[in-house]
Write a protein that binds this ligand. Structure first.
Ligand SMILES: CC(C)(COP(=O)(O)OP(=O)(O)OC[C@H]1O[C@@H](n2cnc3c(N)ncnc32)[C@H](O)[C@@H]1OP(=O)(O)O)[C@@H](O)C(=O)NCCC(=O)NCCS
Length: 180
């Protein structure tokens, strides 16, 4: 499992004791409305996600990180394997108190660097609902390109952006260091 520090944030795998703070972020109404619905009550769903992420760290060497600002959990972000597409996405979600500071973009840049440089991935995508303009703004800031609409989990109009290693390497200047 990899932990990283960016200029302003610490990224580390989530653990069981993060579950309450993670649930408060992930199932905040302004966050949850853009994400897959919980199939359980928030705390149990948060624990289940943390367990899935831990398994993915073991199996693939990546999963979304918990995002911490001065020790407080403010979001999640990073790489996530999506079986429905057989590929890896970069994703992000922040507690509304942490919007508007560039944190999602900061985390995602590190995730792309990790995916292309350390894991050797060829392509990384990002998907969202068509009216999630905040998330699409992050995708554009990262240099991802809109490609098409896809169907995902019953939604037929999901927008798909992606980039590949070659394009990313031509434009990216990640600012991060491996902490452990
Ligand atoms: C999607 C989401 C993470 C975007 O958050 P965000 O704060 O807008 O995105 P960033 O962290 O990249 O911040 C960019 C904003 O910070 C501003 N900003 C302020 N200081 C900054 C800095 N030092 N560096 C960069 N940007 C900065 C930018 O101008 C920009 O604001 P603008 O869009 O009004 O121009 C957030 O809306 C969210 O969590 N939504 C709910 C969950 C969700 O939709 N997740 C994605 C599902 S696909």
């Amino acid at each position: 499992m990899i932990a990283l520090r960016t200029e302003r944030l610490t990224l580390r795998p989530l653990v069981e004791t993060d579950a309450e703070a993670y649930a408060a972020m992930r199932y905040h109404p302004e966050v949850a409305k853009w994400l897959s619905p919980a199939d359980d009550e928030p705390l149990r769903a948060a624990r289940a996600s943390i367990g899935r992420f831990a398994a993915s760290w073991q199996e693939r060497r990546y999963a979304p990180w918990g995002v911490f600002r001065q020790g407080t959990l403010i979001g999640h972000g990073g790489l996530n394997f999506v079986p429905e597409f057989g590929e890896t996405e970069v994703l992000w979600a922040l507690h509304p108190d942490a919007w508007g500071h560039g944190y999602a973009t900061e985390v995602a840049r590190v995730a792309l660097a990790y995916g292309f440089d350390d894991l050797g991935l060829e392509r990384i995508f990002a998907i969202t609902l068509p009216d999630n303009t905040a998330s699409q703004a992050v995708m554009k800031r990262l240099g991802l390109t809109y490609r098409r609409r896809v169907t995902y989990k019953g939604f037929t109009d999901i927008v798909w952006f992606d980039t590949n290693r070659e394009i990313w390497k031509a434009g990216a200047m990640p600012n991060s260091s491996v902490a452990s």
